[in-house]
Design a protein around this ligand. Structure first.
Ligand SMILES: Cc1cc2nc3c(=O)[nH]c(=O)nc-3n(C[C@H](O)[C@H](O)[C@H](O)COP(=O)(O)OP(=O)(O)OC[C@H]3O[C@@H](n4cnc5c(N)ncnc54)[C@H](O)[C@@H]3O)c2cc1C
Length: 422
């Protein structure tokens, strides 16, 4: 049963970002909220829930702790509820399995009364008659809200030539059995997902099955920047600094920081190397190809397989190779919000490149009196930390402070040893 509202705040989508917002808004008396998600329950990247995959951030990057460690919805509260505190204490692990983070989030989602699943938000507009946002939600119908927070996440991105042939890494697990049994498999892309898929196939495919190939345009299978001072680029301090830079400087910085968000955890690289090394015991080389600096420029069907046209980014040479199956671990892109926002979309403030102008409180400029906020759609304005789980509680608290017009969550003035800016 969904109450009618009007709501002070409506969240669209329930991934970790809006789930953190829901968890932190729950104790705020008098703030009337609702969150709508089109899936039937909380799910976090189920297609990539590979056995043995770990969260890339410490467990303290849960939905609430970095803002309110006393919350009943912290990861430690979850462990207590599950009677797992002692095993966790003896495990001495800051990095938890990805499956455990998903289970923790699902646990939180079952404790919040204001989450609605199986609800697709179809359109958001401004209602002049009501002086509020009006949302069309299926099957609920019309919902009114003073403030709206879009937490709709990103969508898988596949290079155009590969679209007819490839499975995206986001859908890896349902395709895994087929890929394990396929003779010649090519994985494209060398971020963390590409590395996890390559490692999983390497382990699962029996020796002699055929070629497992790993191609990437980037110049190396590079480790993720994980030095302690390097990680300070995922702090509120850095986010504020980045937000204050001009647009051309921000646009130059983000690609230059690729090792903060596009590379591979050093542990996964180590596991891949060890697995390959083990296969050389007794002599010979494993039937794998690991080729950095190689771009796939075209793909055509070729006698049941797919012929890939390759270009070496540095040598400039061209080659072709025929493969039986392709996994694209080629990342994600921001969703096009045009359909959802309709006429509101055209009225939003844009930067020189046509992207949304997002203010320091994560609000996009509308001509309306209500406020529209975005989560995880602001890398161009807030930097590489936009999708990072370590910043979601802080971002959610920033939004709540803005919605409430007062500091309902006090936030630290300083979060890094590094001084960003003069
Ligand atoms: C495999 C993987 C592992 C990752 N691991 C880490 C990690 O270890 N550490 C880290 O810092 N980051 C990690 N990330 C990056 C990031 O934290 C995640 O992508 C995270 O899920 C982003 O959360 P979100 O809430 O913004 O979006 P999402 O999790 O994508 O959630 C958005 C939700 O909105 C819903 N939705 C969309 N449109 C509508 C609509 N119109 N109506 C209703 N619902 C809608 C979707 O169904 C979805 O459930 C990882 C990303 C991936 C892909």
């Amino acid at each position: 049963m969904i109450p009618d509202g009007p709501y002070d705040l409506v969240g669209v989508g329930i991934g970790p970002a809006n789930l953190s917002l829901a968890a932190l808004s729950d104790p705020l008396d008098g703030l009337h909220t609702a969150f709508f998600e089109r899936e039937s329950a909380f799910r976090w990247h189920p297609g990539l829930m590979i056995d043995g995959a770990f969260l890339q951030v410490p467990f303290l990057a849960d939905l609430v702790s970095l803002v309110d460690p006393t919350s009943q919805l912290s990861f430690l509260s979850y462990l207590r509820a599950r009677e797992r505190l002692y095993p966790f204490y003896f495990a001495e692990k800051f990095h938890i399995p990805r499956a455990e983070y998903a289970d923790y989030c699902a646990w939180v989602s079952r404790r919040l009364p204001n989450l609605r699943f199986d609800q697709s938000v179809l359109a958001i507009r401004w209602s002049t008659a009501d002086d509020m946002f009006e949302l069309d939600i299926a099957p609920t119908g019309r919902v009114l809200a003073r403030n709206v927070v879009l937490g709709v996440g990103t969508e898988p991105k596949t290079p155009a030539p590969l679209r007819p042939f490839a499975v995206h890494s986001a859908d890896y697990l349902p395709a895994r059995e087929r890929l394990v049994a396929t003779e010649d498999v090519t994985v494209v892309g060398s971020g963390q997902s590409g590395a996890e898929v390559f490692l999983d196939l390497l382990r699962a495919r029996p020796a002699g099955r055929g070629t497992l190939r790993w191609l990437t345009r980037t110049p190396a299978f590079a480790p993720m920047e994980y030095s302690k001072l390097g990680l300070e680029q995922f702090t509120p301090d850095y986010t504020r600094f980045f937000h204050g830079l001009d647009e051309p400087t921000r646009d130059r910085l983000v690609p230059a920081q690729w090792q903060l968000y596009k590379a591979i955890s050093a542990d996964t690289i180590g596991e891949i190397f060890d697995e390959l090394y083990q296969r050389t015991v007794g002599g010979g080389w494993p039937d794998v190809v690991l080729a950095p600096g190689v771009e796939v420029t075209a793909a055509t069907e070729n006698g049941g397989g797919v012929e890939l046209s390759l270009r070496h980014v540095h040598q400039g040479g061209h080659a072709t190779v025929t493969t039986d199956a392709i996994v694209c671990a080629t990342g994600y892109q921001e969703r096009d919000l045009g359909d959802l926002l309709g006429p509101l979309w055209t009225g939003l403030d844009r930067d020189a490149a046509g992207r949304l102008v997002v203010d320091a409180d994560y609000r996009v400029g509308t001509a309306t009196r209500g406020s529209l906020y975005v989560q995880n759609a602001e890398r161009h304005t807030h930097g590489v930390g936009a999708p990072d789980l370590g910043l979601i509680a802080w971002r959610a608290a920033t939004i709540l402070n803005s919605v409430c017009g007062k500091k309902v969550y006090p936030l630290p003035e300083r979060t890094a040893f590094t001084t960003f800016g003069l």
